[in-house]
Design a protein around this ligand. Structure first.
Ligand code: NDP
Length: 217
């Protein structure tokens, strides 16, 4: 049966200041195991969707997009307003174009009436900063799969929520701010459907760890 439409944000961000991007691309290179984790987790199960902003879509090399095995939804103000249309050849063939996050979610709600079809599985918001911010403004955003990058990189784009960093204390002090808590490794593993390594990972000299955060209000 079709699970409720809830959003899981997937992001890799620096521990120091939640940096996610530089000059239109990723601040780091060669995080091969991290990229493989992203691919496995967003593909696992049937009919998953990935939602991204137009700039993130542009940052993916054309030969790697749409991201395989997932319904890709791209958001741009330049796309036709209203309920998005299926692409020619069906939603598996290319990407769906939505003029807002809200119309993307409306499209997915329609698709979810039929179990097993593209868009009826888990829904991941995969960036960038503008689309994360739009998603975090909706009550549907329940979870963040965070790759916490220990090494520091110079960034010009930042994840708009401080998870586990010192500035979070100020946000948590606001009575109406949503509360985010880090889940245990066992809970994280159960949700993604694979073991989560306990130790710090290293790719290409960069240290990072996999975390899962959930909204508890
Ligand atoms: P986004 O990918 O969020 O795309 C922004 C574009 O999305 C806007 O220019 C606009 O498209 C469209 N858009 C934004 N808000 C809305 C809205 N409310 N309604 C309709 N359309 C909207 O861009 P960012 O610059 O924020 O992020 C890109 C950066 O993030 C890159 O450096 C990328 O590499 C990085 N990144 C990092 C990730 C990580 O995990 N570390 C993951 C993903 C990206 P238009 O201009 O066409 O109207």
């Amino acid at each position: 049966s079709t699970p409720p439409l809830e959003l899981t944000l997937v992001v890799a961000a620096t521990a120091r200041d939640m940096g996610i991007g530089a000059n239109g691309g990723l601040p780091w290179t060669g995080l091969r195991k991290e990229m493989a984790y992203f691919a496995r987790v967003t593909k696992r199960g049937d009919g998953n969707a990935v939602i991204m902003g137009r700039k993130t879509w542009d940052s993916i090399p054309p030969k790697f997009r749409p991201l395989r095995g997932r319904l890709n939804i791209v958001i741009s103000r330049s796309f036709v307003p209203g309920l998005p249309k299926d692409p020619a050849g069906g939603p598996d063939a290319s990407h769906v174009e939505a003029s807002s996050l809200e119309t993307a979610l409306e499209y997915l709600r329609q698709r979810r009436k039929a179990a097993g079809t593209p868009g009826s599985g888990r829904v991941f918001v995969i960036g960038g900063a503008q689309i994360y911010a739009a998603a975090l403004g909706l009550a549907d955003a329940r979870r963040v799969l965070l790759t916490r990058i220990m090494s520091d990189f110079s960034c010009d784009t930042f994840f708009p929520l401080a998870l586990g960093s010192p500035t979070n204390a100020a946000a948590e002090a606001m009575a109406d701010a949503p509360k985010w808590v880090q889940r245990s490794r066992a809970e994280h593993a159960a949700w993604i459907g694979e073991e989560v390594p306990e130790d710090v990972q290293t790719d290409n000299g960069t240290e990072y760890e996999f975390q899962m955060w959930e909204r508890v209000d």
